[in-house]
Write a protein that binds this ligand. Structure first.
Ligand code: SF4
Length: 462
């Protein structure tokens, strides 16, 4: 099995649904909810998975069934709460935890899931056999976190089309204009923002005035191998800087790798100064298309600024690794071949250098809002996309690489084929009315124009 490649053969046989994350990692939501990992909470792989689970699949629950939130519980209690213990027990018994269906569904479609790449990655850094052997019968494990995913509130400087006020403070004003005008009951359900995020003890400032959380996290610094920051936008969040400074002050920064998913809009010089102290920085720059299409998706960014930041990042020190992270969705699936041609033409030195993303870019799917998932395209448009990709594979072989290494790489043509297979493997086109209503209303609110920005897709909203 591909994901087990680095594990001893007897483990490969024994644990077929194993993922390393529940043993080494915890993840937060911007509202302070704890979760197994960011993918576990991104919704299940089923069409209405998100709403079926109240948008809370993968969120750790307390014994009263309410979400474990860092306003009301602490990090280490969350680490061994019943939800985490049962995920571990399930995996050791060859069962798929309910929170993890998305990974397995993606693998069935030939996509390299988070379970696959994280387990492969971490099997080089930790002794997996030893980590498993420390599991007690009830699924609890010692309080040793190697890797945390921190979402320190929702402060952000963009309001991307696939985002929401759950993750971006900039979205609040648009949501207030959009929500009362929504006609479709299904779209209302998708766009719900209960009590403006203040439910079950959640708040977007959970990380402020929370000495227990910070004390427990700082106590974990000696074990820590990776700190991962994602939305809001960590580069404008003060507590992110405080944590980097604390790692340096305690003398452990050299052991720690920093990883970001960032919109790269604001990158002050002090960020680059702090990064010098760390073992490695992996910066996943969120870019979803080129030119005005990216401006539309990652509103209200401007392509000229994105290109400037790419240039800056392309000239950083060797311990900084940069990749482009593309959120694959309705608005860019058709144009990804054009995006890749642009990437190849730029000849960047260190932005997705081979073999990262096969020298092209990295991808992940948008599952929420559901009406932006690529499975929503009507059959005729899916056929058009499939044909465009088929032509593009030939173009890649002719103009980019045609060697065995590229052709066999999990991230090159194989990855693109997996994306097309995923798109074609289910028909969610009954969400098209929600797509049309959403795009038309957002155009009205933002003064954008879907039809002129994505002319080949204009008919989709007629
Ligand atoms: S199997 Fe997937 S969803 Fe579950 S913990 Fe691992 S990466 Fe997360």
């Amino acid at each position: 099995m591909e994901y087990m490649k680095n594990l001893p053969p007897h483990l490969q046989e024994k644990y077929k649904t194993f993922c390393v994350l529940p043993w080494i990692h915890l993840s937060t939501r911007p509202n302070g909810h704890l979760r197994v990992c960011c993918t576990a909470n991104a919704s299940s792989a089923t069409k209405f998975g998100h709403s079926q689970h109240g948008g809370e699949v993968g969120i750790l629950k307390n014994s009263d069934g309410k979400p474990a939130n860092l306003n009301t519980t602490d990090l280490l209690t969350g680490w061994n709460n019943e939800y985490m213990k049962s995920a571990r027990r399930n995996m050791l018994n060859n069962k798929i935890p309910p929170s993890c269906t998305k990974c397995f569904e993606e693998e069935r479609n030939g996509h390299r899931s988070k379970r696959v790449w994280e387990t492969q990655y971490w099997s080089k850094l930790v002794n997996i056999e030893e980590v498993i052997s420390q599991t007690n019968k009830d699924g609890s494990v010692p309080p040793k976190l190697y890797y945390v995913d921190l979402r320190l509130g929702t402060k952000c400087n963009l309001k991307c089309i696939m985002c929401s006020p759950h993750d971006s403070s900039m979205w609040v004003s648009d949501w207030k204009k959009l929500y009362p005008k929504i006609k479709s009951a299904e779209l209302k359900k998708i766009m719900v923002w209960d009590n403006q995020g203040k439910v079950d003890g959640a708040t977007y400032n959970w990380h402020k005035d929370n000495p227990t959380f910070w004390q427990q996290l700082y106590d974990q610094i000696p074990h820590m191998k990776q700190l991962y920051f994602a939305g809001g936008e960590s580069t404008i969040i003060q507590e992110h800087y405080n944590l980097l400074e604390e790692c340096i002050k305690r003398g452990y920064a050299k052991n720690i790798e920093l990883r970001y998913n960032s919109n790269g809009i604001e990158m002050p010089d002090k960020l680059f100064t702090l990064w010098k102290e760390f073992k490695r920085v992996r910066f996943h720059f969120s870019i979803d298309s080129i030119g005005i299409m990216n401006d539309y998706i990652r509103f209200p960014s401007k392509w000229i600024d994105i290109e400037k930041q790419l240039y800056r990042l392309d000239n950083t020190e060797p311990h900084i690794e940069v990749t482009i992270a593309c959120a694959v969705q309705m608005l860019n699936m058709f144009y990804i071949p054009d995006f890749l041609k642009w990437k190849i033409s730029k000849n960047y030195k260190k932005i997705n250098p081979w073999p990262l993303g096969a020298g092209l870019i990295n991808y992940h799917f948008v599952y929420h809002p559901t009406h932006l998932n690529v499975r929503v395209f009507p059959k005729e448009f899916k056929d058009k996309i499939t044909a465009k990709y088929e032509d593009f594979y030939l173009w890649l072989k002719k103009n980019y690489r045609n060697d065995q290494e590229f052709l066999e790489s999990g991230y090159g043509i194989n990855r693109l084929k997996g994306m097309v297979r995923f798109m074609n493997s289910a028909d969610w086109s009954n969400q098209l009315p929600e797509f049309k209503e959403y795009i038309s209303k957002m155009d009205n609110i933002r003064g954008t124009n879907f039809k002129t920005t994505f002319p080949q897709m204009a008919d989709l909203i007629n």
